[in-house]
Design a protein around this ligand. Sequence first.
Ligand code: AMP
Length: 686
Amino acid sequence: MATFVGIDLGTTNSVVAYRNAYGRPEVIANRDGAHVTPSVIYFGSDPPAVGQEAKEWARLGNEEIASFFKPHMGSPLYRLRFHGRDYDATDLSALVLNRLKEDAQAKLGQAVDRAVITVPAYFGDAQRKATIAAGEAAGLRVLRIINEPTAAALAYGLQKTGANETVLIYDLGGGTFDVTVARITPEQVAVLSTAGDHDLGGKNWDDRIASYLAEKFAADTGIDPLDDPLALNEVLVRSEQAKWALSERTATRINLQLGEERRGYELTRVEFESMTFPLMDRTRRLTEEALDEAKLSWKDLGGVLLVGGSTRMPMVRTYVTQMAGAPPRSGVNVDEVVALGAVIQAAMEEGLEAGDASPQFRLAGARRVQDVMSHSLGVVAVNGEGTAYINDIVIRRNLAIPAENTKSYLHATHGGANAKLEVYLTQGESAAPLDCSVLGKYVFTGIQATDAEVTVDIRMSYDANGVVQVRATQRDTGHALALAVEPVPDDLSWLGRPPQTVEEQGPGPSRVYLLMDASASMTGFPLVEAQTAAREFLDRCDFTHMEVGLVSFSNQVILQCEATDNVRRLQAALMRLEPDGSTNLTEALELARQRLAATDRTRYIVILTDGYPDAPESAVEQAAAARQGGIEIVAIGMGEADRDYLRRLASTESGSIFAHAGELVRTFGHIARVITEGGRGLRTLS
Ligand code: AMP
């Protein structure tokens, strides 16, 4: 007989769990005997290899690799091409799910055909639907999608009779940080607020050690590991191992053998904690953001639940204890907790009383956990006077899901010229749309001009998976309107202006020139960080719509790479940078302007600098000329760079960014995302 599982489909690693013969949730080891399977795919073999083997290929520098695709679930822009076939994030996730299913079947000796799959609490509608589609493509009936923090709360056993508390779930994984405040009662887990950073995770801690080692190795041997992608991989692997060791011991020795040269370095836990302090502190700021949003303080919390491999670092426990005033809950394996919660939910979906043999997992009284919508859902509408956009709530908060409601709106047909209606789905309580999150854009077509204004009924429903459906019907004709779901534009600032000024602009192709400061002051550490950040930037770019070029500026301005969609060529160019001399930003801007003369695409110049250039005023003039020519400029500063000066170079205030030590990688990741998703976040208001 076929059985069911619970799956934590993670950004870096995935885990599958089942309900054992005693009714207890238990993780299923994969074919390599490991409890976690890297969410990495290698396309160099047929069929593609998933998991540890793929991770090994990635480590060896192989480029036929797909990894870190979960953040792109539901995105129409993300596509990877291998052997003539395109894969979106759903296809890639389906391959991972299929692998987990096969391993589970082999281990259990029985078919697996149903699953509960977890997603981050902030996942919107498109991402949840994509996750369901991935499950189905892997031959699994998706019993339900549940939020990762809800799963964690279930596995921590917080759903016992009488449980009635608010907890904070601190989830630090390999590449992402998510924090959730949730209210737990025996019947339901209600998510009150979430915050996070999808460029912050264990890999940032690895990067810090790698930068430190690379600098030492280069100083000792004259060989910079960052010049060679294979050497960099090696340093990153050693760095992650050192990090693990420092979770157990107070000091560790790291041996590096690169080519003929061999060196050993000692790293203490104290040194590691001090070099990564800015990263820990960033989790604090985000945690406090989530508490603020829920209008709670630490003293209102019943406890903190740790989730994710990176919470094994002792500094996390220390820091959380300091912040919360009490140690976090313990006793559950932080890598497995989400998958265990998923299978507890799956058992409930199947009508089984979970955990007969284990009081910890008993869900006495409650047959199933009900997720409650903790935010209202609405649409952006124009107010009665036609003077402003408002958030008009359709389904009120705190209703148990599933829920649905219909509201009616007037639509001006302009004699048939306006047959299209755009509905923006909001989440939040405020009447001002900009204070709410915009979850989706639904474009309805086929409105008939039966009158100057027609009534459109908008029906919104929210199913048990948290998936929102929006439908529209023209009242007088009774016809359901055809629907297309489009990506939410990045720049929604127009929602704060009067309706007349709306101009629609979807994401289009773009060309970006990256101008990297290679002056002498960048030598060593800063260059290492800048190169790491730029690599991250390239990893995040959607090269189906983008071309990126690279210019370095010091005494000489060098066109290191003409704008291209060939990421390998760019990565190689990046490794060629050699710092020397002064900072000729003016000429670099001039060169980039020439290269961006064609106006067939949205054009960007991204400047990275660590100080003032040689002729600051002439660089500002060049930047102004570029902006006047329609080129967006983003100016990122590090080290000695001056914030006011960056502001004078950039197109907008938000396009001038000062990155503190350790933040550069995240900053670049963010910029890639903004450009890839249409670049509207960088557009000036004027
Ligand atoms: P996850 O995404 O939850 O699987 O977490 C993966 C991250 O946890 C990776 O960055 C790992 O390096 C990190 N990690 C796993 N075990 C440990 C450990 N013992 N100490 C520190 N970090 C760890």
